[in-house]
Design a protein around this ligand. Sequence first.
Ligand SMILES: [Fe+2]
Ligand SMILES: [Fe+2]
Length: 271
Amino acid sequence: MPFDHDSLPMRLFTASHGRAWSPGDIDFSQERSDWLALTDDERRLLVRLVAGFRLGERGVTHELAPLQIRLRHARWIEEQVFVAAQMYEEARHVQFFERWLVEALPGRFGVDIPYPDFHGDIFSARLPLAMRTLLHDDSPEALFRAVMLYHFYVEGVSAEAGYTLYHAIFERSGRFPGLERGIRLIQRDEQRHIAFGVHMLRRLLAEHHDLAGVFEDQVAVMRRFAEADPDEVLAGFQPRNTPFGLEHGSYRQSYLDKLEAMRRRVVDRSP
Ligand SMILES: [Fe+2]
Ligand SMILES: [Fe+2]
């Protein structure tokens, strides 16, 4: 069977060709002096944010392959083609964050610039488990749960909430044009990944009506993640004295708002 070029996964795949970019083309020449102008707390928070995204992008790059294999078994060829592009794009995002941490900043990342402590288990346990289950469990429910955690939560809620912090930092400091350029390009890639995830969930819900209950259960589970996960980035900073004037309350609320927006995209078919 030839590809259905009008299908959503193929349209997203085709769109990715014209939106390719290279981390090596981004100008980091201003980042060093911008970094030197920050306070110690601002540096600590910014490295925690960027290193957290590096960790997340590495996690999603490592764990996407089982979805590719599962889609092959299902003979969902257009979705499989899209995931091939997504895997490349996730690796590109890792490269961007690593270049920023290693090349843009003065000092060695992990030596002069301490590697932050992270305590969450999403990339060490929850995501690997959900994705690797696809290697031995061919059920629609396992596929649904994997996409719920990967595309719906990690990309559609957690990363989306994180971008609000980046943009607040860029607006308030007027600094880091190279980091801002990369974040905007990554967000554009991630919009395609999230749209693909919404498509997958809608298709599975349309074909397996019993998954509607799993969806509601998973949204409830993710609401608990969304209440706990924001603490990771802002840990150690007093709410009234957070660098760049970041607000704990609005960051926490952005998680819940993104979760509700994603829920509505899947069930109400809102854009
Ligand atoms: Fe990514
Ligand atoms: Fe992504």
